[in-house]
Design a protein around this ligand. Structure first.
Ligand SMILES: *Cc1c(COP(=O)(O)O)cnc(C)c1O
Length: 403
């Protein structure tokens, strides 16, 4: 099947689960059930004329796997269907995706406004890397629309944020911030990892570009790194296309194949993880060793109303504070028997992390305080185990932490 024929096999009227099982599938002449893994660097042409036509863009087809590859293409198409995006570029990691989504559209003299609460490496990209190229960045409290407004300059090109944020699960109003960006001629880049494409659709809410670390819920089984940037065909043609081809952050076909299989089960996993997270958040809310419980699906969340409006569920992560501080948090982690200590998230296996001493250790104490990352804060990524077992594990570990 040629690339153009394959594009016609759309499926945009399907539900999300159907899209994730069938979307983008391109069968070879053998009619395989599971997606084929095209582990090849380049492609052979029937003639010199065919090679010329391919390079001229007169004939559709693959040229070199740094540009595009059939297995990677299936992954991109499936993600486009799910996200309602016209086009996408899959990348080797979530950070390759974020760095490309921002880096491909700014030049010296431009300005970026970003929410302060960001995944550590994302914050490094906007706060350290971009300014080293003469691209200024203003960090704001993403929850406060007035701060976004005040930060805008004539040379502002990009608004960048994640919602919910890592690790305190604060929300940014995608619709409000996107309209402000558009009034000021800026594009909106959203890192949608924490929400997942199952629970939140930023493009529908007004964002222009969505990035994922596919390493998280998309693989969902702890195997490989991956990332993707999705947007309109126009934006990709004008900004990302050349940048992507010539800087080479391409996804390995093998990892694309693993991620395609991950997508098939993602709605089942994310739904289960979200339901269990809600149960865990409720359980924690009543516990005497626990202070704040941060979960967008709880009515006690300060932005509960916004969560209801822009998300289809509460998140697969729960953060909470142990009133006993860092010592209690460490005792809690060390006492867990099922839940593993890991900075990763979105996995089938439940994981716990202590942000102050791991993912956010490079921030200054003042920056951590500003983000609400206290010594007693713990972040749980809830997996697909039986929720009764998870609550039992948390319960015995909290008891151990309080002793
Ligand atoms: C993990 C993560 C990233 C980076 O993804 P990698 O695949 O590890 O490069 C970016 N943003 C968020 C919110 C993440 O959780």
């Amino acid at each position: 099947m040629t690339v153009s024929e394959k594009r016609k096999t759309a499926g945009s009227n399907w539900g999300a689960a159907t899209k994730l099982v069938h979307g983008g599938t391109m069968r070879s002449q053998f009619g395989e059930t599971s997606e084929a893994l095209y582990l090849t660097q380049s492609f052979v042409y029937d003639s010199a004329e065919a090679a010329e036509a391919r390079f001229k863009g007169e004939e559709e087809g693959f040229i070199y796997s740094r540009y595009a590859n059939p297995t990677v293409d299936m992954f991109e198409k499936r993600m486009c269907l799910l996200e309602g995006a016209e086009d996408a570029r899959a990348m080797a990691s979530g950070m390759a995706a974020v760095a490309a989504a921002i880096g491909c559209q700014v030049k010296t003299g431009d300005h970026i406004v970003a929410a302060r609460a960001l995944f550590g490496s994302c914050r490094w990209v906007v706060e350290k890397l971009m300014p080293s190229y003469g691209i200024a960045c203003t960090l704001v409290d993403g929850r406060d629309i007035e701060q976004w407004k005040a930060a805008v300059r004539p040379e502002t090109r990009v608004f960048f944020f994640e919602t919910p944020t890592n690790p305190t699960l604060e929300l940014v109003d995608i619709e409000a911030v996107s309209s402000l960006a558009h009034e000021n001629g800026a594009t909106v880049v959203i890192d949608n990892v924490f929400a997942t494409p199952v629970l939140q659709q930023p493009l529908e809410l007004g964002a222009d570009i969505v990035c994922y670390s596919a390493t998280k819920h998309i693989d969902g089984q702890g195997r490989c790194l991956g990332g993707i940037v999705l947007s309109s065909k126009q934006w990709i043609d004008d900004n990302l296309h050349d940048y992507f081809r010539h800087t080479g952050p391409s996804l390995s076909p093998f990892n694309a194949w693993v991620l395609l299989k991950g997508l098939e089960t993602m709605p089942l996993r994310v739904r289960q993880q979200t339901e269990s997270s809600g149960r865990v958040a409720e359980y924690l809310s009543g516990h005497k060793a626990v202070g704040r419980v941060l979960y967008p699906g709880l009515e006690s969340h300060p932005q509960y109303e916004l969560a209801q409006r822009q998300m289809k569920g509460g998140s697969t992560l729960v953060a909470f504070e142990l009133t006993g501080g860092r010592d209690a948090a460490f005792r809690f982690e060390n006492a867990l028997e099922i839940i593993g200590i890991s900075n990763n998230l979105g996995d089938a296996k439940s994981l716990v992390t202590h942000p102050e001493t791991t993912t956010h250790k490079n921030l200054s104490p003042e920056d951590r305080a500003e983000l609400g990352i206290s010594a007693g804060l713990v972040r749980l990524s809830i997996g697909i185990e039986d929720v009764e077992d998870l609550i039992g594990d948390i319960d015995q570990a909290l008891a151990a932490a309080s002793r």
